[in-house]
Design a protein around this ligand. Sequence first.
Ligand code: ATP
Length: 306
Amino acid sequence: MRSCPVVPADHLAIRLRGVEKRYGPITAVAGLDLDVPRGECVGLLGPNGAGKSTTMRILTAQTIADAGEVAVLGHRLPEDSKAARAAMGVVPQLDNLDTTLTVEQNLVVFSHLYRVPRAERRAAIDRVLAIANLAERRTAKVDELSGGMRRRLLIGRALIHRPPLVLLDEPTVGLDPQVRQELWALIDRLRNEGTSILMSTHYIEEAERLCDSVTIVSHGSAVACGPPHELVLEHAGRDAVEVYGTPERLIEVEAQAAAAGLATRRTGTSIAVLGLAEANGDAPDGERRPANLEDVFVLLTGEEIA
Ligand code: ATP
């Protein structure tokens, strides 16, 4: 793997080195290195079972690593986990809002938990309601909100104490495309305001759009890291040709590409032949398209389903 740019430790919001976590015979995290430079949005990508959730749990001190170094905003974990947890904002994958309370009451609870000074609480709640676009729903009970509104509230709640670092665990999972785009705008705004963000996601397009850099994990360790466009150029080249056909035709195209030294990936109904602009020789008949981060993801993490 090409090594990631070396960033001085004090410029990092998150720094993981050689982190390991085992559950009996299963190694969930296997020597993971991960950097989140201050002020950047980093995507944590990986197939099911790659160790993303375990990594997130280590960062929030819900799980303690067996080995390696973990530092969050300069606090070492697990020793200083309380200080780290107080300084960051965490958006869990599962909605754990209190449905018996109103939108505003949920925020009041968190303003106390995160020790927002009494004199600043009202302004902090108004600010979050504006960010989450929920000012008009402040007195609504949470169970009256749509799924998208709840997710906005979950993100807003994590921002009540203006954290310099936010962890987003699968922020748009299970949401329809319109709501997902609304949340992208919210996350992009946070990033533009200088908040450091670590976001785990299954939606590669989401990472490609929002993240300054991504770390791709497979079997618990990083297999690539860098800005999405650089990873695409490095691993998949500029162009891909998508070839459709019978299963026999696809096997034939795969074999021809392999003989020409070209990488391929399956996309369900087609084969994508990668790195054509860089290669000499004929391209197979098919639809030419720009290579993308999904190509890189499949190339590096394999095509089998865990
Ligand atoms: P997904 O995308 O499916 O959520 P993931 O990348 O988040 O996957 P993890 O949930 O971190 O992956 O799991 C990594 C590995 O560790 C898996 O093999 C999983 O079964 C195992 N694992 C995770 N938590 C536990 C646990 N509490 N006990 C035993 N095994 C666990």
